[in-house]
Design a protein around this ligand. Structure first.
Ligand SMILES: [Ca+2]
Length: 212
C-alpha cells in the first residue's frame, strides 16, 4: 500500500508539474459542464451533436449524475454507450515533435445487461493507442474507477483525441480526462524538482506505454 501511495504521489506531482508548466489542454475533461444530468439520472447526447469540448459520434453517449452512478470526481461522468455504442472526440492544438501525457479514469457501467467486460478504444489522431476494458461495476455506489496514462507524440499542429465505445448500452465510463505537454528537463529544474522530479519522470516512462 505504501508503495502504491508513493507511486500515486509521484504521478500526482508529475502531472502537477506538467499542468503548472504548460496548462491543461482538455476542455471539460471532468464532464462537469452542461448538459447537466438531473440528480439521480442521466442526460443523453446523440451522435452528431456536441457538448462543451467534445463532439459525439456513433449512436450517442450519456452524462451521468453522481447520484445515479458515482463519478470519480465532481457531479458527473460520461458513459460512452447510449442505447448503442457512441464516441467522443476533441481537437487539441499541439506542437509537432512535442510529447504529451494523456491520463484519465475509466470504469465499467454498473447496469450493463450483457455478460463479460465493456470495451472502448482510445485513439490519437485516428491511430489506436489502446483498447481498454472492465467488467460491470459492483453497484452504482461502488464503481471500479481505474487510472490509465499514456505518453503520446504530436506530428501536426492539431491532434484529435477520441474515445470510441465497442459495447452496447452500459459501456465504459470516463472521468477526469487530462492532457499536458511533457516539461523539458530544464523546466523540471526551474521548478525546483531536481532529482526527485526526474526520477518520477523516469518512473512514468517505465509505467506507461510509449506511443510513437
Ligand atoms: Ca466528473
Amino acid at each position: 500500500m505504501a508503495q502504491r501511495m508513493a507511486l500515486t504521489l509521484a504521478v500526482g506531482i508529475f502531472i502537477g508539474i506538467a499542468t503548472s508548466a504548460h496548462g491543461e489542454m482538455i476542455v471539460n475533461g471532468g464532464f462537469e459542464d452542461a448538459p447537466l444530468a438531473p440528480i439521480g439520472g442521466w442526460a443523453e447526447v446523440p451522435g452528431g451533436f456536441s457538448f462543451p469540448g467534445w463532439t459525439v459520434g456513433g449512436q450517442g453517449v450519456d452524462l451521468h449524475n453522481t447520484y445515479h452512478t458515482a463519478a470519480h470526481s465532481g457531479n458527473q461522468s460520461l458513459d460512452l454507450s447510449g442505447l448503442e455504442p457512441g464516441s467522443i472526440t476533441q481537437s487539441v492544438a499541439t506542437t509537432p515533435g512535442t510529447t504529451y501525457l494523456l491520463s484519465f479514469w475509466y470504469s465499467g457501467q454498473p447496469f450493463h445487461p450483457y455478460g463479460g467486460d465493456a470495451y472502448a478504444e482510445v485513439l490519437w489522431d485516428g491511430g489506436l493507442v489502446d483498447t481498454i476494458h472492465l467488467p460491470a461495476s459492483p453497484s452504482p455506489t461502488d464503481i471500479n474507477w481505474t487510472f490509465a496514462g499514456y505518453e503520446l507524440s504530436a506530428n501536426t499542429t492539431s491532434s484529435l483525441l477520441t474515445f470510441n465505445s465497442l459495447s452496447p448500452n452500459g459501456g465504459i465510463m470516463l472521468d477526469d480526462v487530462s492532457l499536458n505537454a511533457v516539461p523539458e528537463p530544464s523546466t523540471l529544474l526551474l521548478f525546483g524538482i531536481g532529482a526527485f522530479g526526474i526520477t518520477s519522470f523516469a518512473w512514468w516512462k517505465r509505467r506507461f506505454r510509449c506511443i510513437p
